[in-house]
Design a protein around this ligand. Structure first.
Ligand SMILES: Cc1ncc(COP(=O)(O)O)c(C=O)c1O
Length: 402
């Protein structure tokens, strides 16, 4: 069958819903500055969909920093991949600053989180190795693992007994191949809103021999002293082998890092295909990252407000039986048992009649049949935003949830 003909008949799990979702749930055009309120189709709404945890995106300080950096270097400099012609002192300086902040020996700046993680996993593993990951890991981890030609095992979300079973299996398998074992999880799970069981996984190291990689995209800036992340929050810097985070959430920018001991980071420097075959991050972005790092270190008051707003929202949802007790981070997922088409009507009603905008998460981001309303509080949200949102849920959810 012709490739394009086949695609015409099957647009993919989200693409097939296009006629219901385009412009609303998918590809909405949000206008105005990145804040607690945005304008959507001429309607002013409370926005619960930005991962702008510390509220720094679009702050005057950030706008000034980015404008200055843009006028100084423009987006074109440097040209080429870092290995060839795109390396600068500013890239090095950021890596030194971030490594010291997260208490890791060395860090490597990556152009993007998604591609970076794929490449990290790809370059780490040989065919003889076994990789074990949490069932709710982000797509970048799943897709990195897809490239692995050896054995891939999954354990149920945050289920340590199951992880231990998989470790036993992996030890058996690697006895024959002489390979190693990699365990991958997240510091803060982007969908379940639960922290990864990092301490408990590190404790397993006393009985099993494995390397441990943590994606802390949603923990960096939010968890730990001065926002230095979930690994530092539990003093696990010496037990977690590789720390990864992206700067597209709390830092409201671009780029990511992989950090660990200097030998392994040096290996990545020369072997990460996403880096050596791709243009280096532009100077204004790197300058912006250096400055943002200073800002988030000094953002204790933003973190305090973020957690206050989170508690207010989550307490309100728990009173209504809408939130799992397991959620222990700002990410706030409401799980629905509802027909997929109804969920789009529900979302429209919330937006157009109540002025509340939040994202819906469906398959393939979450397993088939699961629908999540995902709210992300930020330090810019107010008590009034929370109260209005909860009242709107009371009205709208009653109609749709049986
Ligand atoms: C857990 C996690 N890891 C990695 C990424 C990818 O980050 P980036 O936006 O830098 O590609 C995301 C972004 O959604 C994420 O949530």
């Amino acid at each position: 069958m012709d490739i394009f003909e086949r695609i015409k008949q099957n647009n993919g799990p989200i693409g097939d819903l296009q006629k219901w979702i385009e412009g609303n749930f998918a590809f909405p055009k949000l206008k105005g500055s990145i804040s607690n309120h945005i304008t959507f189709n001429n309607k002013k709404t409370i926005c619960w969909s930005y991962n702008n945890y510390l509220g720094i995106a679009n702050s005057t300080e950030i706008n000034e920093i980015d404008s200055f950096a843009q006028s100084e270097w423009s987006m074109t400099y440097p040209m080429g991949s870092r290995m060839m012609t795109g390396d600068t002192y500013l890239h090095d300086e950021f890596e030194i600053n971030i490594a010291s902040f997260i208490n890791m020996e060395k860090a490597l700046l990556l152009n993007f989180g998604y591609q970076g993680m794929i490449s990290v996993i790809d370059s780490l593993l040989s065919v003889n190795d076994v990789v074990i990951s949490d069932s709710q890991c982000h797509a970048c981890i799943i897709d990195g693992i897809r490239l692995h030609k050896g054995v891939k095992l999954i354990y149920n979300h945050n289920d340590l007994e199951h992880l231990e079973k998989q470790l036993k299996k992996a030890e058996e398998l690697t006895k024959n191949t002489n390979g190693g074992i990699l365990v991958v999880t997240e510091g803060v799970f982007s969908m379940s809103g639960e922290q990864g069981k990092l301490k408990e996984i590190c404790d397993l190291k006393s009985n099993y021999n494995f390397r441990f990689l943590v994606d802390d995209a949603h923990g960096f800036g939010v968890m730990g002293m001065k926002g230095n992340g979930t690994v530092c929050a539990y003093n696990l810097e010496n037990q977690v082998d590789l720390y990864f985070t992206t700067f597209t959430k709390s830092m409201a920018s671009f780029g990511a890092i992989i950090a660990g001991n200097k030998e392994i980071i040096n290996y990545f420097k020369y072997n990460l295909r996403s880096q050596i075959f791709s243009k280096s991050l532009p100077m204004p972005v790197v300058k912006g990252l250096n400055e943002r790092l200073k800002i988030i270190k000094n953002a204790d008051s933003n973190r305090k407000i973020l957690f206050e707003i989170t508690s207010l929202l989550q307490e309100g949802l728990r009173k209504r039986n809408l939130l799992s007790d397991k959620v222990n981070t700002p990410i706030t997922p409401i799980y629905f048992n509802i027909k997929i088409v109804d969920v789009f009507d529900l979302q429209k009603e919330l937006v157009y009649q109540h002025g509340v905008f939040c994202s819906i998460v469906i398959y393939p981001v979450v397993p088939k049949g699961v629908v999540i309303f995902r709210l992300t509080p930020t330090s810019l949200h107010t008590k009034e935003d929370v109260e209005h949102t909860l009242k709107s849920f009371d009205v709208v959810f009653k109609k749709y949830i049986k």
